[in-house]
Write a protein that binds this ligand. Structure first.
Ligand SMILES: Cc1cc2nc3c(=O)[nH]c(=O)nc-3n(C[C@H](O)[C@H](O)[C@H](O)COP(=O)(O)OP(=O)(O)OC[C@H]3O[C@@H](n4cnc5c(N)ncnc54)[C@H](O)[C@@H]3O)c2cc1C
Length: 208
């Protein structure tokens, strides 16, 4: 990771356009116009909060914090902020968070393996290798992309894309997904079943 890139361990501080007075609560510590970000908010490479790298819950905390601070600075119109809504309101017409983006992308990536030829030509393998290289640079959650690229480039070469045919590629993608599952503390998927999940449907007929 380059030195210009913030990471999850850097202090989560960002400058506010309208610095708040010094009467904030403990979890809104101020430091010369800087405010501590809520846990889980990831910064973009330009130092601004990265919505596509952050969970919806953390993003809501951030916007709630910003609203509270805006209300605190408004002395003339001291309207009370609306009561905090503790229940998440999943919507499908808002920009995605890191999870929605991830779910859609895995659907795309596994479907890509499902439609890959049983035996791929050199040209098809080359195109897919190029796609994965570019994908791993352009994926909009930059921390996710960095880790994915690092995993693929593991020095032993064991994580390099296996592109000879659908079976190899599907299993490789499943392993890549499991790497992220492990990182996030999620259950691993049994890769023997990747094809039933993403191509043929389950043998019990529930997808027919
Ligand atoms: C390349 C990439 C990197 C990511 N890195 C991060 C990250 O660093 N931090 C972060 O917070 N999020 C990351 N994400 C998002 C994360 O992986 C999940 O998509 C997100 O947390 C939502 O998870 P989910 O539990 O809804 O299911 P998802 O993990 O999105 O899985 C969707 C469905 O795929 C199936 N599935 C699960 N595992 C496998 C598997 N191994 N093989 C085949 N099918 C499977 C299951 O049926 C599951 O319901 C990344 C996503 C991608 C595409």
């Amino acid at each position: 990771m380059s030195e210009t890139q913030p990471n999850q361990n850097t202090p989560k501080l960002f400058p506010h356009q309208t610095p708040t007075p010094s009467s904030g609560s403990e979890d809104q510590q101020k430091d010369e116009g800087m405010t501590k970000l809520p846990n889980g908010v990831i910064l973009d490479k330009d130092g601004k909060p990265c919505r596509l790298c952050t969970s919806a819950a953390s993003w809501r905390n951030l916007t709630k914090q910003a609203k509270t601070q805006t209300a605190a600075t408004s002395t003339a119109t001291a309207a009370k902020p609306a009561a905090a809504d503790s229940t998440p309101r999943p919507r499908d017409d808002c920009p995605p968070d890191v999870e929605a983006l991830g779910r859609s992308t895995w659907t795309f990536l596994h479907s890509l393996t499902a439609s890959y030829p049983a035996k791929a030509s050199q040209e098809q393998q080359g195109e897919m290798r190029t796609f994965l290289k570019i994908f791993s640079r352009l994926y909009p959650c930059w921390v996710c992309a960095d880790d994915f690229r690092t995993w693929m480039a593991e020095p032993s070469g064991r994580n390099e894309p296996r592109l000879a045919g659908r079976s190899d590629f599907g299993t490789w993608m499943c392993e890549a997904h499991n790497e992220v599952n492990r990182k996030l503390g999620k259950k691993e998927f049994d890769c023997r079943f990747w094809e039933e999940r993403w191509r043929t449907g389950w043998k019990d007929g529930r997808c027919d």
